[in-house]
Design a protein around this ligand. Structure first.
Ligand SMILES: [Zn+2]
Length: 495
């Protein structure tokens, strides 16, 4: 009995244990069914980990140094090795990435950080890998050594555009590592050939692999940043629009001969006359909306001059207009410009060449008709013997002032007590290729760089402060979190 009772007890205990185990099993199995009612099929993701920006900045510094040391001077560009290096950096963190070779030695790289898969349009972070030439004799440090001096990373590309590319890349790695789940994908694209017009970079990508960014709604690129007015007020400068190039080649012809017995007119003298006409020509002023808005906002920030409140009206006053256009950057924002740059004539002092040519860097305001402009220039030149060929032109498009990206940028600016000022840049970037595909493109690199360092862009002693590299990553992560924030729990399922 005792024995039997003991056995019974054991059996009961075993049965009870089994029942408990079964109950546990069932309750686990039942849980999703019970939760289906409140649409909680998936357990919530763990809370994101904190981001150590100090370590991230060190890593970004080392990456930028490696990147600058890969000489991508364009021409010839040779971006392939840099593209492979960036791809490896993404792959090491489990972010899928691909490299293309549009022409031998040239490169384009893209990577995609996946979000939660909801149907929100992806964000493209664009940069370019190629750099303009640097003459070591003019620099304080070797331009491709990536030395750290006085808290700055020195080197060609530090600001244009390798530093910004590193900020974009590191922000994506930081989000991935922290386990932050955005409501949309983030696509990184680094092109080559930007400094020579982008035909073998962004242009090639748009023509051959538009599928890579087919789901994109907005794009961030170079062209703007964080700036400070003389009175100390900071603002986010976001470029919505760009002037478009109308590059021209003027060719004059005439009899070749010995310069000891010159005729009254030669190819060279005719070309000089034509260039003189162009140099004297002042195209009419026209105020486009982003320029009007920019000066109005700057006037508000500075507390004047009152003319900035309505620039179009103010420029009707000849005295004000004269002072205004005396500043080259202001002049470039209110009219088309035509600047002779390359000249070709005889290879020898005593030979009169049969032809002479000049290249003109023309820059048009958005909305101009290039054909009408060329016809007008022919009239200005007034010599039907001068041949005018267009060597580069594309349509100028602007991106909207009101959009999800602009709202997110506004929130980021607010968090730093900065104004948000939309602008137009006088130059052009790769953004036009993507604007033509219907993507809202904004020029904004989230860094604040002293004017002295900014002069290094296409100049000498280009450099980026290490602390801005870190601050840039932090702002980029914050911006992506703002724009990619998943809706609050209560709102889910109703969308
Ligand atoms: Zn650039």
């Amino acid at each position: 009995m005792r024995r039997g009772a003991r056995q019974m007890t054991r059996l009961r205990a075993a049965a009870a244990g089994l029942a408990l185990a079964l109950a546990a099993t069932f309750s686990i199995a039942m849980r999703p069914v019970a939760r289906a009612d409140d649409r909680q099929l998936v357990d919530p993701a763990p809370r994101p980990k904190a981001i150590d920006y100090g370590r991230l900045t060190q890593e970004a510094t080392a990456l930028l140094q490696t990147y600058i040391r890969l000489d991508t001077t364009n021409p010839p560009g040779d971006e392939l090795e840099a593209a492979r290096m960036l791809k490896q950096k993404f792959l090491a963190d489990g972010i899928p990435a691909t490299v293309w070779e549009p022409a031998p030695g040239r490169g384009v790289v893209a990577a995609r950080l996946h979000g939660s898969g909801r149907h929100q349009k992806a964000i493209v972070l664009l940069s370019h890998m190629d750099v303009v030439p640097a003459n070591p004799k003019e620099w304080q440090v070797p331009p491709f050594a990536a030395q750290i001096k006085d808290g700055d990373i020195w080197g060609r590309g530090a600001l244009d555009d390798k530093g910004p590319g590193v900020i974009e890349l590191m922000a994506m790695l930081a989000i991935k590592r922290a386990g932050i789940l955005l409501d949309r994908d983030v696509v990184f694209i680094a092109t080559g050939d930007e400094e020579e017009g982008g035909k073998l970079g962004a242009g090639w990508m748009v023509d051959h692999h538009a599928d890579v960014f087919a789901d994109a709604g907005a794009l961030l690129n170079e062209g703007g940043g964080i700036d400070t007015r003389p009175n100390g007020r900071r603002y986010f400068d976001i470029s919505l629009s760009e002037k478009t190039p109308l590059w021209l080649r003027l060719t004059a012809t005439g009899d070749a001969g010995h310069a000891a017995v010159p005729p009254a007119a030669t190819a060279v003298t005719r070309l000089i006359r034509a260039l003189g006409q162009i140099a004297a020509y002042q195209p009419p002023m026209r105020i486009v909306a982003p320029v009007r808005d920019y000066f109005r906002a700057i006037g508000e920030l500075d507390g004047g001059p009152p003319q900035f409140a309505n620039l179009a009206v103010a420029l009707r006053d000849p005295d004000f207009a004269k002072k205004f256009v005396a500043v080259p950057r202001q002049n470039a924002l209110v009219r088309d410009t035509f600047t002779p740059t390359v000249l070709t004539g005889s290879p020898k002092t005593n030979i009169i060449p049969a032809s002479a040519s000049a290249e003109i860097d023309g820059r048009l305001l958005p909305g101009e008709d290039p054909q009408a402009i060329v016809a007008g220039l022919r009239k200005v030149i007034g010599d039907p013997g001068i041949k005018v060929d267009v060597t580069l032109n594309f349509p100028a498009e602007s991106s909207p002032r009101k959009s999800a990206m602009m709202t997110a940028l506004g929130q980021l600016a607010d968090s730093e007590h900065c104004a948000l000022i939309p602008s137009m840049i006088a130059g052009f970037t790769d953004s036009h290729y993507f604007r033509q595909k219907g993507i809202d493109c904004y020029g904004f690199v989230p860094i604040e760089v002293p004017a002295a360092a900014l002069r290094g862009v296409h100049g000498i002693n280009e450099r980026i402060p290490v602390k801005e590299l870190g601050a840039g990553i932090r702002r980029m992560v914050a911006l992506l979190e703002i724009i990619g924030r998943r809706p609050p729990r209560a709102a889910r399922g109703k969308r």
